[in-house]
Design a protein around this ligand. Structure first.
Ligand code: RB5
Length: 145
């Protein structure tokens, strides 16, 4: 699997921890920054990660900002992106099972690093259930068109 990851200034520390985790899991990572604490605008990084998914450079993406709210709003503007803001293991798992989320969004000021790592691990290994949920995703695609 290949993952694109991006964050704003609020998410740099958590992003670095997650990059280490991903590499330990033998996952290829494209890091779109930001990589320091200078203030930046989260939509710029949501755009980089969403575009990478749309170009099929990666399978899925991870975005981090302070609350995760800005990143999820921005990422979900892109056609084909199903970004899920997850604060716990249950929502992360369900976002894959029922929603086929292709972007995981985490709020670095909401969850601690230990929880974030557990969220990422379950999100990575959970497959979309399909079935009745496929029809619902089709209806989302209809809204996009
Ligand atoms: C940055 O201060 C903060 O607004 C941002 O990280 C995020 O929480 C926005 O939704």
């Amino acid at each position: 699997m290949k993952i694109a990851i991006g964050c704003d200034h609020a998410g740099v520390e958590l992003k670095n921890e997650l990059i280490t985790l991903l590499k330990n899991e033998q996952i290829d990572v494209i890091n779109f920054g930001t990589d320091n604490n200078d203030s930046v605008d989260y939509p710029d990084f949501a755009k980089k990660v969403a575009s990478s998914i749309k170009k099929n450079e990666v399978d899925r993406g991870i975005l981090i900002c302070g609350t995760g709210i800005g990143m999820s709003i921005a990422a979900n503007r892109y056609k084909g992106i199903r970004a899920a803001l997850c604060h716990d293991i249950f929502t992360a798992q369900m976002s894959r099972l029922h929603n086929d989320s292709n972007v995981l969004v985490i709020g670095s000021r909401i969850v601690d690093i230990f929880t974030a790592e557990k969220i990422v691990k379950i999100w990575l290994c959970t497959e979309f259930e399909g079935g009745r949920h496929d029809n619902r995703l089709c209806k989302i695609r209809d809204i996009e068109d």
